[in-house]
Design a binder for this molecule. Structure first.
Ligand SMILES: Cc1ncc(COP(=O)(O)O)c(C=O)c1O
Length: 383
């Protein structure tokens, strides 16, 4: 591995006290929650430790966050967002929930595309909103795509108020094309349904795929009052514990909504400092991660063919999550349970991603090749 990423020594990782490393006893190898195992990028460590040394631990100020992200978006994503439309948020899910609270009444339906990141399915219930499923379509090779008919049927429901698109998609690793995004935008516009786009995994789009930021499209809906995009350095640079994301409003009215709700959306000051360092100074680190993840997804193809030929896997085109079709193994709805109990390796539970996740499990490959090999060995030993 590139020295920038550290060694992923298991002894050192086990000293971490984060959710990934503290949830299970030491005999279980954690490969579930979306945290990576790489060493933190040095510019981020420096920004945070300098702040601590200065006693600079007060409330957040947006500082250079908007400009830093705008520069990153321009250099890497081909998009020139306006910092005046950007707002720091504590994390992407809180930003999405707050916007949904602001633009829909209780009882509103939120359209999602399962299999999907589990909090999309339960978080909005806290605010008396419910989920409307527009499942992804899946071909025989295990590749997923947006299903225009399912989307149309969901949008046509009278309770449909928001379409929450995950772009790139967790857990399938899809990177939606310009045509996909235009199809979604046209459909939302036709049905007068708000569009929120979660782009948290965008910095991790891998070689061979091209990410299109939704707000960079030349489409009327990108300027609508109820169109918002959400992003963060938290996945790309593995800093969810620093608590900082970004909401980008499509219009001045949307920006006003975010400004009015500032008190519900206060980010962590250290998170803002760390995120600025990530977007501006930690690009060599990001490139090292992208190269490693590209290798890891290929390695997993080889390891599965060798040790687990019954498992279906279409390599992700973005990020570090591998969505494994374990239905042929005959382990029931929740194979992750069997892997953890018998193989001592913890994957994410497929059914949490919706009914389409029955018989599936999600493996985190944001780690060293050695630990991926160990995870596969443990899964195989459970069978
Ligand atoms: C699609 C997606 N959105 C949001 C999140 C959570 O991000 P945050 O901690 O900023 O709420 C994740 C975390 O894995 C995710 O995969």
């Amino acid at each position: 591995m590139d020295p920038l990423l550290g060694t992923c020594s298991l002894t050192e990782l086990r000293q971490r006290k984060s959710f990934k490393w503290a949830t299970y006893p030491p005999d279980v190898l954690p490969a579930f929650v979306a945290e990576m195992d790489f060493a933190v990028a040095e510019p981020i460590t420096r920004a945070v430790t300098v702040a601590l040394a200065r006693g600079d631990t007060g409330y957040a100020h947006m500082g250079q966050l908007g400009e830093a992200f705008a520069q990153f978006a321009s250099d890497r994503l081909g998009w020139q967002p306006d910092p005046a439309r950007m707002f720091a948020i504590p994390d992407v899910m809180t930003g999405i929930a707050e916007v949904i609270e602001g633009i829909t009444p209780p009882g509103a339906g939120i359209i999602v595309n399962p299999p999907i990141y589990p909090p999309f399915r339960f978080r909005f219930g806290f605010y008396r909103r419910h989920i409307i499923d527009a499942p992804l379509a899946r071909d025989s090779a295990g590749r997923y795509r947006l299903d225009p008919d399912a989307i149309e049927a969901a949008l046509a429901r009278p309770d449909a108020a928001v379409y929450l698109l995950c772009s790139p998609h967790n857990p399938t690793g899809n990177v939606w094309s310009r045509a996909d995004l235009e199809m979604v935008a046209d459909a939302c516009q036709r049905h007068k349904v708000a569009l929120l786009v979660d782009e948290i995994h965008a910095p991790l789009v891998l070689r061979g795929a091209r990410f299109v930021p939704f707000l960079s499209l030349d489409h009327e809906l990108t300027r609508a009052d109820s169109t918002f995009a959400f992003t963060s350095a938290s996945k790309g640079w593995n800093i969810p514990g620093l608590k900082c994301g970004l909401a980008v409003a499509g219009s001045a009215v949307g920006a006003r909504l975010l400004r009015q709700r500032w008190e519900a959306l206060v980010a962590s000051h250290l998170g803002i400092l760390g995120s600025v360092a990530a977007f501006t100074e930690a690009l060599p680190w990001l490139d090292a991660v992208l190269a490693q993840l590209d290798q890891n997804r290929v390695l997993l193809t080889r390891l599965l063919a060798e040790h687990l030929p019954g498992v279906g896997y279409a390599p992700p085109r973005a990020s570090f999550l591998a969505w494994l079709d374990c239905r042929a193994l005959g382990l029931g709805d929740n194979p992750a349970e069997v892997f953890r109990e018998k193989g001592k390796v913890a994957l994410s539970r497929g059914p949490d991603f919706g009914p389409q996740g029955h018989g599936f499990a999600r493996l985190n490959i944001g780690t060293s090749p050695e630990l991926i090999e160990e995870a596969v060995r443990r899964i195989a030993s459970a069978l």
